[in-house]
Write a protein that binds this ligand. Structure first.
Ligand code: ASP
Length: 331
């Protein structure tokens, strides 16, 4: 990786950047521009389920889809995976046994859509997109969100898989509600919220975030993930950010908006993620015993990631390579 970076820097220093075909921005054929410091498109997403989501998002872009299509269809992969215990179908239920989903999406035009406390719909991200595109609103909740989905052709499905039901029944034996750090990293459990950011070949950015939220949460609890500015924020002049972990901590600092604003004020994506985590450490007392992770990307495709506790990782597609990276942590 270092050698490749050096190679690219050397090329750049030698004036090889001038080899980039003129008029590339307008070229509808999408390919990686590997002679620059950063190639576009770039896709970044939270946790191991991000690998397949990134691959789908890239496929969509390479087939001529929009960056909003890419982020939506990317996160639909873990939403539809019944083995994934933290997103969509197969997500862990609340403490009363109901799977309730939160999701939101933002596009480069500044438009946003969101659903929260939605039941029985496998793809909340697509309902969120429909809220964005077909209504004058940003967010629909609970029964109203379900009604809207059904009116628009979505079908109801039981999301509580046998595996998730068993996990809930095991949990009921003690009914101890204390979200563990990185519970999602336990062997055989798939991971947490997926937040995904994509910058297309034109430098336009979109983001999507979808989750079943904390396992065994109180009925009615909504986390950061569907809240524009908390779980996700995109500004096409600057970049985007998305969060995972204990949503209450993210909401208290309006985390993703904070990261984007820090980038607007000149921080790199990495510096912005670090400063947002530092804000949580300073302002939210339970920071020592909870996990939060941010990922961020600017319009140039430069990325950053940072978290409170060790254990957070993310998937990054860049320069034709789609691979996992461990995030640095405050503690
Ligand atoms: N942020 C999500 C929530 O609080 C869950 C997670 O990412 O762990 O609902």
């Amino acid at each position: 990786m270092i050698n490749r970076r050096k190679f690219i820097e050397n090329l750049s220093a030698a004036g090889a950047l001038s080899l980039i075909p003129a008029g590339l921005k307008a070229n509808p054929i999408i390919y990686d521009v590997s002679l620059g410091a950063k190639s576009l498109p770039v896709v970044i997403s939270t946790w191991i389920h991000g690998i397949n989501a990134n691959a789908k998002a890239i496929e969509v872009l390479k087939n001529g889809g929009s960056v909003v299509d890419a982020v939506e269809q990317g996160v639909m992969i873990p939403e539809a995976d019944p083995e994934n215990r933290s997103v969509g179908l197969g997500g862990l239920p609340d403490r009363d046994g109901h799977v309730t989903l939160d999701a939101c999406i933002m596009g480069p035009d500044g438009n946003a859509g969101s659903v929260c406390f939605l039941e029985n719909i496998v793809h909340p991200i697509s309902v969120a997109r429909m809220v964005m595109e077909k209504t004058p609103h940003v967010m629909l909740a609970g029964e109203g969100a379900l009604q809207f989905a059904l009116e628009n052709g979505f079908e109801e499905q039981n999301l509580l898989t046998p595996g998730a039901e068993k996990a809930w029944k095991d949990w009921l034996k003690e009914s101890k509600y204390d979200p563990e750090l990185n519970w999602e990293n336990k062997p055989n459990e798939f991971h947490d919220t997926i937040g995904l950011l994509a910058v297309d070949q034109n430098g336009d950015i979109a983001g999507a975030c979808t989750t079943s939220g904390l396992g065994f949460k109180m009925r009615g609890r909504v986390g950061d993930s569907p809240i524009i500015g908390a779980g996700l924020y995109v500004d096409n002049e600057v970049g985007g950010a998305t969060a995972t972990g204990m949503g209450e901590l993210v909401i208290k600092v309006v985390g993703s908006f904070l990261v984007v604003e820090l980038m607007r004020n000149g921080k790199s994506p990495q510096q912005a993620c670090e400063e947002a985590v530092a804000r949580i450490v300073k302002k939210v007392p339970e920071n020592k015993i909870r996990q939060v992770g941010f990922i961020a990307m600017n319009k140039k495709g430069e990325t950053g990631a940072y978290c409170l506790q060790p254990g957070f990782n993310y998937a990054l597609y860049q320069d034709n390579i789609n691979e996992m990276h461990d995030s640095k942590s405050f503690y």
